[in-house]
Design a protein around this ligand. Structure first.
Ligand code: KG4
Ligand code: ZN
Length: 338
């Protein structure tokens, strides 16, 4: 695709990071500023939507100014504004969308609403310059678990999605149950490194009617039941073993689905994306699975796995080049489907 000299200002505020970035021609990140609210939400053991929205309002102008400064640009250099319009927390999304619309109106800059999951997938284009569609992508984050066939830069087909908890959500809930706190993913990963992944055989859900769908709520319940039974029997709980065994169960399911899709669709490339894709054990096991199947493996750096605006700028570029434009009636859609 050729669409030259397009500079995008991107804004992301769907959950607990307020972020802005400047991206040139879809692949070149000139700046990426992320203001994380994690320490604030840690106090409550998870994201508090009302607090997230208020914090986004406080930070949004600051991150945009910083992103423009670091890129050595002003709004006059910007060709389009890309903003996450869903899915996510409605109050949080509205802050970014309202900000993007205000800039678009005041400076007469075209506006492009971006799907958050497309952004996560597009994060793979930032550092993997040779990556082009078609490819398969596993998106694993706090709110989503999707196996997607990426047919071209704007074409996405969902092969499977979670029926209940997302993979990252399961990490967060299990972390809370074993006393690790929020955010669960990185904490479980750290503790799991000291544990035995075969200590407890937790279930791996397989849905017979839909081979690419996921379910993690049974696994989460199995961990809670195991903790209860240990407590009742007076058996000491080894936190590291539970963390390692839980992490292994999640990864086994993700790898199983990925391998089946590689066999069925015969694609040459496989990518992972989303916060859970920052997990080093998942990355190593997915790399080995791809090697076994003769498929090239791609992943973003951890900073582009978790929420950021650079990935939104990449997705906005491809949407913009395909002619997508949104008006000032653009709204936040918390349950936006892919
Ligand atoms: O993509 P993201 O920043 O936000 C959403 O779009 O949901 O993902 C956040 C999720 C959280 O559930 C967090 O626990 C998980 O990603 N996560 C991890 C790791 N780092 C973040 N899960 C497992 N291992 C990690 N290293
Ligand atoms: Zn995300």
């Amino acid at each position: 695709m050729s669409c030259d000299d397009v500079t995008i200002l991107a804004i992301e505020s769907s959950c607990d990071e307020t972020a802005a970035a400047v991206v040139v021609n879809g692949r070149e990140v000139r700046s990426s500023v992320i203001s994380s609210q994690i320490s604030l939400h840690t106090l409550y053991g998870g994201v508090v939507p009302e607090i997230a929205s208020r914090k986004h309002i406080e930070k949004i102008n600051q991150v945009i100014e910083q992103a423009l400064d670091e890129a050595d640009m002003t709004l006059d250099d910007i060709d389009a504004i890309g903003v996450t319009c869903g899915p996510g927390l409605v109050g949080a999304l509205l802050v970014g969308v309202a900000e993007a619309k205000a800039i678009s109106y005041a400076k007469k800059i075209p506006l492009v609403g971006v799907h958050h999951i497309k952004g996560h997938i597009c994060a793979n284009y930032i550092e993997n310059k040779e990556l082009t569609p078609p490819f398969l992508c596993l998106v694993v984050s706090g709110g989503h678990t999707h196996l997607v066939r990426v047919s071209d830069y704007t074409g996405y087909e969902v092969l499977g999605r979670t029926r209940d908890d997302a993979a990252g959500e399961a990490f967060d809930k299990v972390a809370r149950a074993i006393g690790l706190g929020y955010p669960g993913g990185p904490k479980i990963e750290r503790v799991a490194a000291e544990g035995n992944p075969h200590a407890v055989e937790f279930p791996r859900a397989k849905l017979s009617d839909s081979p690419y769908d996921f379910s993690f709520s049974g696994l989460k319940s199995a961990v809670l039941n195991y903790l209860n039974s240990c407590q009742m029997k007076g058996i000491p709980v080894v936190q590291a073993d539970i963390a390692a065994s839980f992490q292994k169960a999640v990864i086994d399911v993700l790898i199983g689905h990925a391998k089946q899709a590689m066999d069925e669709f015969g694609m040459e490339r496989f990518a992972i994306a989303g916060g859970v894709a920052a997990n080093a054990t998942l990355r190593e096991e997915m790399r080995a699975a791809c090697l076994e199947k003769g498929v090239a493996f791609y992943h973003p750096s951890p900073v582009f796995c978790t929420d950021n605006a650079a990935m939104i700028g990449v997705a906005a570029y491809y949407d913009y080049c395909s002619g997508k434009r949104d008006g000032l009636d653009l709204n936040a859609v918390p349950g936006l489907r892919l």
